[in-house]
Design a protein around this ligand. Sequence first.
Ligand SMILES: Nc1ncnc2c1ncn2[C@@H]1O[C@H](COP(=O)(O)OP(=O)(O)OP(=O)(O)O)[C@@H](O)[C@H]1O
Length: 609
Amino acid sequence: MTFALPDKQVRPKGGKGRQAAAMARLCWAAGWPLLVGALATNLISGLLPTATAWLTKLVVDGIVSGRPQVALLGVAGGLATVGIATGVLPQLVTYLQSELRRRIDRTMQDRLFSAVNRFHGLARFESPAVADKLQMAAHVNGTAMMPALTGMFTAGRSAVTVASMLVTLWILSPVMALVVTAAGVPALLARLALSRRRSRMVADFAATARRQSLYSSLITDVRAAKEVRLLGLGDFLKGRLFGELRATQTAERGLDRRGALIQSGLSGLGAIVAGAGLVWAVHSAATGGLSLGDVTAFVAAVAGTQGAMAGLVDSLAIGHEALLFFEYHADIVSLPDDLPVTTSGELPVLRQGIELRDVWFRYDESLPWVLRGVNLTIPYGTAVAIVGLNGAGKSTLVKLLCRFYDPTHGSIRWDGVDIREVPPARLRERMGVLFQDYMSYDLTAAENIGIGDLPALADRDRIRVAAEKAGVAGPVRALPAGYDTMLSRTFAGHDGPGVMFSGGQWQRLALARTLLRDGRDLLILDEPSSGLDARAEHEIHHRLRQHRSGRTSVLVSHRLGAVREADEIVVLSDGKIAESGTHDELIASNGQYAELFAVQARGYQSSLR
Ligand SMILES: Nc1ncnc2c1ncn2[C@@H]1O[C@H](COP(=O)(O)OP(=O)(O)OP(=O)(O)O)[C@@H](O)[C@H]1O
């Protein structure tokens, strides 16, 4: 089991405008009626403060000038209606926004995981840059995006309030309208600059945050718990986690201090402007330039403009930061497939065989060659065994046969058809493969086998037959709920706690999953018995020999006793085929195979003495 440390920082690319447009399109697709509804209610809410200010002025002026009661009552009724709307609309806005958040959540998850499922090979998962982005993108959902969306709504609402308040102010005092606007501009610029800094900080500390989550998962993950305890790594990991946390918090603190200083300065400036305006308004009222209603409207307009301007700037800043995270999602969603795949092309039913023609392969241009000109034929209906020392390239060859990567040079042909000329799914549905690093799923025993062939998931008879062939039927029947037992200690089953299998039992279960794909053209077994006890290994290989006879199969194994009956044994050494032949031929030629076989045989004989 490995936990990868992200090796470099990932800063998403692309302009904010482009990302904002992409996000707007996503929100539209997620639920445009909700989006329009939420936007409209937000904008109407934005007009309410101005309406309240004007209606209050009319009421006050009406009372002072002794207007008829009916007219006054009408205005008061209007004021009451605006009051009701002020109380009700925020609830409606909240509901519409929550529903929109759920829709956006679904749309984002759908797009993200569909994009990941579209990667046909493994290269994307092994790229540190992509893995880092994936980790960031997995946290970006509707909830994380809401600040950007509500930020846009609030910005729209605040803009409406600012505009309407400024009109009110302009009517009462154009000079004051200009002064309030001018005082708001530095606030806008300062807060946008702060927000940019904050976004940069989030990007700069992305790797730090990922390392934090790596250390916390190592401390909490059940798979790491054994080694963490045995080696006493708990405090070591916690120390590293806190080191990262301290680094992030120090940067955050610096930014918060700077923000607090700037905000205080700007608030002081706003208070001076509002105070000066009040002095002017009182003076004008005293000299008859303004009515009492004008003064109340003026005070409300100054406070409203300043408040709405602050809201506008804050919303823009919050939206700006949320957009940064959206970019990780957008980058993954737009990432092309790692393999050039075709959507058409048929794969014939295997009748001649599979041929590797001068196959060269390396995982990356910067890495050494793993396979160097491999020429190998796996004739139809035969069992070919691949043996060799650790790192010789055996599992790599298996991965190329499954087309998880394309050969760097050369080709792999299936009855003469280059496997790059058919969709990978069509190739993969023709094979059953047991990987060396097989998966153990936190699912029931039946599901662990059944997912080997999804249409058989509910077919208990087929699952039982596969379990029998893999020699795991007995252990499964002995489980508390038989095939329905949850094989997990961290997820409980329907009837109580889950149960864990032993390493060898898991391996047999994985073998059963592979054998469920029985009728496929090609069976590949990469170290199918590495975790089995001697008796189980003997028994399994006996069954597999029966199962493989007459079928096309590839068997990779370090246990040479297990491969001796293969039709052909291929010895891979340093990425090349060193020798090949039947067991007897290879023993007679006294090469690498004979040497390896002799070493293993000596080991067994000496332990018998
Ligand atoms: N995903 C990968 N990315 C980069 N290098 C890899 C990757 N997988 C394997 N390698 C390298 O390729 C070489 C061959 O590995 P491979 O797993 O094919 O060997 P193997 O013959 O199956 O070994 P073993 O007997 O230990 O299972 C090794 O040097 C290994 O470090």
